[in-house]
Design a protein around this ligand. Structure first.
Ligand code: ADP
Ligand code: ADP
Ligand code: MG
Length: 450
C-alpha cells in the first residue's frame, strides 16, 4: 500500500480523498491555487503546497508544478478526483514516466474512452448497443447531412471531447444541421481544444442510467448497481438516486453486464462509470464512459456499503478486488441533491461569495459532502458546488421524506442556493412517482412556474 498520496484537486472531493487516506493510514499532500489558501482540504492535509495563481490552467492543470510537488514531497501516487486532470491521458502518462502511480485506469483506457467518438466505436465493436449515429467524426456539412438522413431527425451534434453537459446541439432539419455544424465545431474547439464532432440520434425523453463498475489489475470486475441521473438541467445532473425506479432485476443485470463488456473492451481497471440512455421501450444505449470517480458516487456507497475512493486506492496499489458479483447487494434507497451557489430565480446564475452561516443537517441516514465552513468565501474561479446532500432510506419514500427534512434543516446564509429548487422537485408529483426523464425539469418543474 502507498504511504503518501498527492491530491490534485480541491473542494469537497479533495476532502473526500483525504478522509479515505486517513482511514487507510496514508499520508496526504495537497496542491492548491492562491484562491484556495484558506480551504478546508489545505488545512486538513498533512502537507500543502501552493502551485500557482487562481486560473486552473496555471494551477490545477499545471502538470509540471504538480509533478514537482509529488517528487519533492515523496508522494508515490496521485489522486486526480473529478474534473481538472482526472481524464487527462497526457497527465497519466507523465505520472507513469516519473514513476508515480496515477490513481485511475491505464493510459490506453483513458485514450479509448476519453474521445466519445472512439469510445462509441470501441464498445459497439464489443457488442454493446450505442445510440444510432455516426461511426466516425463528421468531416463536412454534406457528410453530416448524408449521415443524418440515415439516422433520422432529430439528431444531436456532440463534441468528441465534450464533458460537463456542454458541447451538444439538437437539430431538426438538414438546413439547421448545415447552419449549426460549423458553430458547433468552433465551440468544441474553444471549449475542449478539439473541433471534432459526431452525430447521434436524439433520443426523446430518455432516462440517464449509469453503472458503477470496479475492476482490479488481474481481470476481476463487478458492477455496483446503477444510478438514475435523469433529473438534469441543460444536460447537467442535479439530483441522482440509486437504485432507479425504471429497472427490474432482469434489466439491471442486462445493463450491468453490458457495462462490464464496455469497460473490458477498453482494457479498463479501477473505478469507472458507464453511462446509458434508456428509452421508453426499455432499449438502452451507451453514451459515454467516465474514467474517474464521479460527483454522485456517494449514492452507490450508501446502497452497497463499499467505499469507492478506498477501492480506487487499493486497486491502484495492486490489490485484488476480493469480492465477486454474486456478493454485491443493493440495500435500501439513496438520493443526492447537488446544492450550488446559484440563484434559481435568475436562471441559475452562479453567485459565489462569502458564506456567513453554515449549519448542515444531521441525524440518521444523512451524509453531507462539503468543504464549506462559516466565514468561507467561495472563489469565483471554479464550479459553484457548495455541498452534496445525500440521504439513505429503507425505501424511496423514506429517502424522499428524509431529504425534505434535511433540506429544511440546512442553513446556508450569505449566498443564494439551489435548496428551494430541490424542495420544489422533491414535492413534485411526477418525481414522487418516479416518473423522471432528462427533460423532466424543463417540462414538469420550470413549466409549473409559467
Ligand atoms: P459527473 O459525471 O461526475 O456527475 P459532471 O459531468 O458534473 O460529473 O462533471 C464533473 C466535473 O468535471 C464538473 O466540474 C465538470 O465541469 C468537469 N468536467 C467533466 N468533463 C469535462 C471536460 N471534458 N471538460 C471540462 N470539464 C469537464
Ligand atoms: P457529458 O460528457 O457532458 O456528460 P453525455 O454524452 O454524457 O455528455 O450526455 C449528457 C446528457 O446529455 C445526457 O445525460 C442526456 O441528458 C443528454 N444526451 C446526450 N446524448 C443524447 C442523445 N443522443 N439523445 C438525447 N439526449 C442526450
Ligand atoms: Mg456524461
Amino acid at each position: 500500500m502507498f504511504s503518501k498520496i498527492l491530491i490534485a484537486n480541491r473542494g469537497e472531493i479533495a476532502l473526500r480523498i483525504i478522509r479515505a487516506c486517513r482511514e487507510l493510514g496514508i499520508r496526504t499532500v495537497i496542491v492548491y491555487s492562491e484562491a484556495d489558501r484558506d480551504s478546508l482540504p489545505v488545512r486538513l492535509a498533512d502537507e500543502a503546497f501552493c502551485i500557482g495563481p487562481p486560473p486552473a490552467v496555471r494551477s490545477y492543470l499545471n502538470f509540471t508544478n504538480i509533478i514537482s510537488v509529488a517528487e519533492v514531497s515523496g508522494a508515490e501516487a496521485v489522486h486526480p478526483g473529478y474534473g481538472f486532470l482526472a481524464e487527462n491521458a497526457g497527465f497519466a502518462e507523465v505520472c507513469a514516466s516519473c514513476g508515480i502511480t496515477f490513481i485511475g485506469p491505464p493510459v490506453e483506457a483513458l485514450e479509448k474512452m476519453g474521445d466519445k467518438a472512439v469510445a462509441r466505436k470501441t464498445v459497439a465493436g464489443a457488442g454493446v448497443p450505442v445510440v444510432p449515429g455516426s461511426a466516425e467524426v463528421v468531416v463536412d456539412p454534406d457528410h453530416a447531412v448524408a449521415l443524418a438522413e440515415e439516422i433520422g431527425y432529430p439528431v444531436m451534434i456532440k463534441a468528441s471531447a465534450g464533458g460537463g453537459g456542454k458541447g451538444m446541439r439538437v437539430v431538426y432539419t438538414p438546413t439547421e444541421l448545415k447552419n449549426t455544424l460549423q458553430s458547433a465545431q468552433s465551440e468544441a474547439k474553444a471549449a475542449f481544444s478539439s473541433p471534432e464532432v459526431y452525430l447521434e440520434k436524439y433520443v426523446e425523453e430518455p432516462r440517464h442510467i449509469e453503472f458503477q463498475i470496479v475492476g482490479d489489475q488481474y481481470g476481476n470486475m463487478v458492477y455496483l448497481g446503477e444510478r438514475d441521473c435523469s433529473v438534469q438541467r441543460r444536460n447537467q445532473k442535479l439530483i441522482e438516486e440509486a437504485p432507479s425506479t425504471a429497472l427490474t432485476p432482469v434489466l439491471r443485470r442486462k445493463m450491468g453486464e453490458a457495462a462490464l463488456k464496455a469497460a473490458q473492451a477498453a482494457g479498463y481497471h479501477n473505478a469507472g462509470t458507464v453511462e446509458f440512455l434508456l428509452d421508453k421501450s426499455n432499449n438502452f444505449y451507451f453514451i459515454e464512459m467516465n474514467t474517474r470517480i464521479q460527483v454522485e458516487h456517494p449514492v452507490t456507497e450508501m446502497v452497497t456499503g463499499y467505499d469507492l475512493v478506498k477501492e480506487q486506492i487499493r486497486i491502484a496499489a495492486g490489490e485484488p478486488l476480493g469480492y465477486k458479483q454474486s456478493e454485491i447487494r443493493l440495500d435500501g434507497w439513496s438520493i443526492e441533491c447537488r446544492i450550488n451557489a446559484e440563484d434559481p430565480g435568475r436562471n441559475f446564475l452562479p453567485c459565489p461569495g462569502r458564506i456567513t452561516a453554515f449549519l448542515p443537517p444531521g441525524g440518521p441516514g444523512v451524509r453531507v459532502d462539503t468543504a464549506m465552513y462559516p466565514g468561507y468565501t467561495i472563489p469565483p474561479h471554479y464550479d459553484s458546488l457548495i455541498a452534496k446532500l445525500i440521504v439513505w432510506g429503507r425505501d424511496r419514500d423514506e429517502a424522499i421524506v428524509r431529504m425534505q427534512r434535511s433540506l429544511e434543516e440546512f442553513i446556508i446564509d450569505g449566498v443564494p442556493t439551489t435548496i428551494p429548487f430541490h424542495q420544489q422537485v422533491l414535492g413534485n408529483a411526477f418525481f414522487r412517482r418516479g416518473e423522471v426523464y432528462t427533460n423532466f425539469i424543463q417540462r414538469r418543474v420550470l413549466a409549473e412556474e409559467g
